[in-house]
Design a protein around this ligand. Sequence first.
Ligand code: NI
Length: 252
Amino acid sequence: MYFDSHAHLDHLRFDADRDEIFAQLPEQGVGLLMNVGCDLRSSLQSVALAHKYPFVYAAVGSHPDDAAQLDEARLALYRQLCADERVKAIGEIGLDYHYEDPTREVQLPAFRAQLELARELALPVIVHEREAHADGMELIRQFPEVTGVFHCYSGSLEQAKELVKRGWYIGFTGVVTFKNARKAVEVAQWLPLDRILIETDCPYMAPEPHRGRRNDSRLVPLVAAKLAELKGVTPEEMGEITTENAKRLFRI
Ligand code: NI
């Protein structure tokens, strides 16, 4: 069984065939799924999907792109949503210095405020961190009680080693199947089996041979298969291991 630990099936690119995708997940062996919010709208939709489908759970939060919208009122709404038993994490939150829109001066306090919320509610976090490695690590060091997953991992092996030491998990998308995926492969080869999560990050990051097309959770077994090859286990074993890891992290 496979657990897609990071999906955005609320995305409008699934409006035409969302129900069909959910209906086909069991036959692909995908038995659990975390739908992740990026802003208030997608957080609310994630909670709604988690109530519609028994195998779906929700994370709520503001992505760095939405950091300017994270005020006290928004935080209070997220706090309320977290009282829902189907909400298992705060996310996705973090830092993105690739586009830096909004600026890091806006992103940093939004990330900090949501780490504080996770600490207050004793919930794990789902972190998006792109080209902001130093600031991202500096902030999570200030919250030793908070752990979670660095999703679609793009950092170094050194950073991964520190994250694992601090009790964090590392999430891999279809990027690990790409021919030029040297860094992700190096990290996956080192990473202890009990810290690996698989994810689609759909509609983005489709694995080979679907690279560049719309991704969806039916393709998460391809990510597991690549990691299985790197770790010398079967794809089914990788599915079971990463399912147990996600259930442990999200307390499912
Ligand atoms: Ni995402």
